[in-house]
Design a protein around this ligand. Structure first.
Ligand code: URP
Ligand code: ZN
Ligand code: ZN
Ligand code: ZN
Length: 497
């Protein structure tokens, strides 16, 4: 548990400098230019390497039961893939079935995750139905004992997870009251359901139907609507998996009007595109099925990276939700039955470095911001997470900016038999991953212990999310004009013609 990291360059979201880092009992205890190794300390040489905060992936679905299947990466394999890629914390989603109580679902997720995680994790919670009972359970789970500070609403997956606009609006009023962040999967689920039926009737049964059933404007429209409703509810909003330029533009539009809205592109959307859906090999095309779909505009991945650079999108995630070839093949005669979801948690850091820093679009500090620090700030665990600083958790990655690796199913740590980034050569390699002071990945090998990760309770009222809400509320109070009672004039009392 005692480590000395020597000769590296520390990178935080706002500063880079050469220094040594001393770690004791899972915490960073000293940062100085030249620390002599105390007896018994393991020394990690970081010469010519960057020393960065471990990645935080704020959007994963480990072992999610979905579309009749269970996602293959469970909390063990999924967090192993995470640390192998330089991510030391995930935020997964508790997703109650429609009508199920939040507390029951919460206990189920904790029961799955606690014994399996190899790094720290937090939880977000989906609201899939609405009632006074759900509203009061939202209050309970935002307490310290449960540690939930964000709630996600699906505007897609009609009949499964989708909520109606009025339910979403009421849910956001409750989020604002509890000072919890609202998150949204923004697609127009009602129109998608109609288009699916239309395409199937027209004989389009393959994965190309998936993208045609969900044109980008249905994501853009729902994103704009979600932002508008969040403004009306005076509730900060976080749009998960921003996949298209139109959705990103909707977020920027509301940001420019003063709204607190965050946009999260994912690794898949930053490095691949929707041309795969038209691949002549059915299985190849099916592997990329996720929602919202990958953009069919090949310039979208680069555009999303530019928006991260410009601050119009704010942090990166993965939506890691993996189904293997056999599971994908359940939709061989009907694209609506292909389980939705792709990998990402292992490759996000390298993909963002390669497409962002190596490509000259973002600098290493912005890289740290969009892969770690912003998530820590938004989900209120900063500076415990997301920063190399004295007192912070020793979630640290020794990053080799000059090394390359080729992504492949043959070497990845996911529990599935393909990788959507197969064959991609990426610059930027996590050589050593340290989770709360323990080396969990080094020399290309895992050194993980199942259950060694901790649950990180996330408290409401994050500063970066809620600091402007009260002042805005003052401008939104209902306005009532005091008037004398209205008395009709004699001329107005004209009888009906
Ligand atoms: O296709 C996806 N995105 N699967 C996971 C569930 C979700 O929508 O986030
Ligand atoms: Zn989603
Ligand atoms: Zn998701
Ligand atoms: Zn293992």
């Amino acid at each position: 548990m005692s480590l000395l990291i020597k000769n590296g360059t520390i990178v935080n979201d706002d500063v880079m400098f050469k220094s040594d880092v001393l770690v004791v009992d899972g915490k960073i205890v000293e940062i100085s230019p030249s620390i002599n190794p105390p007896a018994g300390f393991e020394v990690v040489d970081a010469t010519d390497r960057l020393v960065i905060p471990g990645g935080i992936d704020p959007h994963t679905h480990m072992q999610l039961p979905f579309m009749g299947e269970v996602a293959k990466d469970d909390f063990h394999r999924g967090t192993e893939a995470a640390v192998a890629g330089g991510t030391t914390m995930i935020i997964d989603f508790v997703i109650p079935t429609k009508g199920e109580g939040l507390l029951t679902a919460y206990d189920r997720w904790r029961g799955w995750a606690d014994p399996k995680v190899v790094c720290d994790y937090g939880l977000s919670m989906a609201i899939t139905s609405w009632s006074p009972q759900i509203a009061s359970e939202m209050e309970i789970v935002t307490g310290q004992a449960y540690g939930i500070n964000s709630f996600k609403f699906f505007l897609a997956y009609a009949g499964v997870f989708m909520v109606r606009d009025e339910e979403f609006y009421q849910g956001m009023l409750q989020c604002a009251k509890l000072r919890a962040l609202a998150r949204v999967h923004a697609e127009n689920g009602a129109v998608i359901a109609e288009r699916c039926n239309h395409l199937l009737t027209a004989g389009v049964t393959g994965p190309e139907g998936h993208t045609q059933s969900r044109p980008e404007e249905l994501e853009a429209e729902a994103t704009f609507r979600a932002c508008t409703m969040a403004s009306q509810a005076n509730c900060p909003l976080y749009v998960v998996h921003v996949m298209s330029k139109g959705a990103a533009a909707a977020i920027a539009h509301h940001r420019k009007r003063g709204a607190v809205v965050f946009g999260e592109p994912i690794a898949a959307g930053l490095a691949t595109d929707g041309s795969h859906y038209y691949h002549e090999d059915w299985l190849h095309a099916a592997r990329y099925v996720m929602s919202p779909p990958l953009s069919r505009d090949p310039s979208t991945p680069n555009a999303l990276m530019n928006l991260l650079a410009a601050g119009e999108l704010h942090l990166t995630a993965t939506d890691n939700c993996t189904f293997d070839c056999q599971q994908k093949s359940l939709g061989k005669d009907d694209f609506t039955k292909i389980p939705n979801g792709v990998n990402g948690v292992e490759d996000r850091m390298s993909v963002v470095w390669d497409r962002g820093v190596h490509a000259g679009i973002i600098d290493p500090m912005r890289f740290v911001a969009v892969t770690s620090t912003m998530a820590a700030k938004i989900f209120n665990c900063y500076p415990q997470k997301g920063r190399i600083a004295v007192g912070s958790d020793a979630d640290i990655v020794i990053w080799n900016a000059n090394a390359t690796r080729t992504i492949s199913k043959d070497t990845h740590h996911h529990a599935v038999d393909f990788n959507i980034f197969e064959g991609m050569q990426v610059h930027g390699v996590p050589e050593t991953t340290i989770s709360r002071g323990r080396i969990v990945w080094a020399d290309g090998k895992l050194r993980t212990v199942q259950g060694a990760g901790r649950f990180i309770p996330l408290a409401p009222d994050s500063q970066i999310v809620f600091s402007s809400v009260d002042n805005r509320k003052k401008t939104m109070e209902p306005v009532r004009i005091e008037r004398a009672p209205y008395v009709p004039t004699p001329q107005e009392e004209i009888p009906d013609a």
